[in-house]
Design a protein around this ligand. Structure first.
Ligand code: URA
Length: 212
């Protein structure tokens, strides 16, 4: 099984600028959601840098030529509910033809294990490349459980995209799934005693949906 060398940190100035604005506690729900969508679209450029392409013949107004295209339908974005939907929108802005899956997980309060309550994935995953999206890779429990589930359908490849992570989340995902390429906009200091990433941005779901 191929192993990864560590997360790819997308440190493009535009991503970092927008991330800083989004982290601020004063950012409104509208601002937070808009920035997350913009950052996700920018991150998609790096995440999808090496996806398969095919050559097709086209006619320009002057002559026939060969161009390269991606097959959006071979790409599947899988959102880990509910905060993953905040990244999903930006990814779909740049690949509108992608297929979409959803996985819902909650943390059992007694065992802290991630329990699946919803899963809907496109068919024929063995012919598709999967990009799993969740803004916060914190303990890594949901990420590992989601990737476990997706692997049951044997996709061609799996990438994992988050906005923020921390050393604990990186270790958990890479120990369980060393073949999954991890992309993030930042690696923060640590998890606090409540499982929040610090300095972080708070609860991503609450900030996206205004539920606090
Ligand atoms: N989930 C969040 O929404 N925020 C964190 O800091 C950690 C997990």
């Amino acid at each position: 099984m191929p192993t990864t060398t560590g997360p790819t940190v997308i440190d493009h100035p535009l991503v970092q600028h927008k991330l800083t604005l989004l982290r601020r506690k004063e950012a409104s729900t509208k601002t937070f959601r808009e920035l997350l969508r913009e950052i996700s679209a920018l991150m998609a450029y790096e995440v999808l840098r090496d996806i398969p392409m095919q050559e097709i013949d086209i006619e320009t107004p002057l002559e026939t030529t060969t161009g390269r295209v991606i097959d959006g339908k071979k790409l599947v974005f899988v959102s880990i509910l509910r905060a993953g939907d905040g990244i999903l929108e930006g990814m779909l802005d740049v690949v509108p033809g992608a297929r979409v899956g959803h996985i819902g997980l909650y943390r059992d309060p007694a065992t802290l294990v991630a329990v699946e309550y919803y899963c809907k994935l496109p068919g024929d995953l063995d012919e598709r490349d999967v990009v799993v999206v969740d803004p916060m890779l914190a303990t890594g429990h949901s990420a590992v459980a989601a990737v476990d589930r997706i692997k049951e359908s044997h996709p061609r490849s799996i990438r994992f995209v988050c906005l923020l992570t921390c050393p604990e989340g990186i270790s958990a995902l890479q120990e369980a799934h060393p073949d999954v390429q991890l992309f993030t906009a930042a690696v923060d200091r640590k998890l606090d005693e409540h499982g929040y990433i610090v300095p972080g941005l708070g609860d991503a779901g609450d900030r996206i949906f205004g539920t606090k």
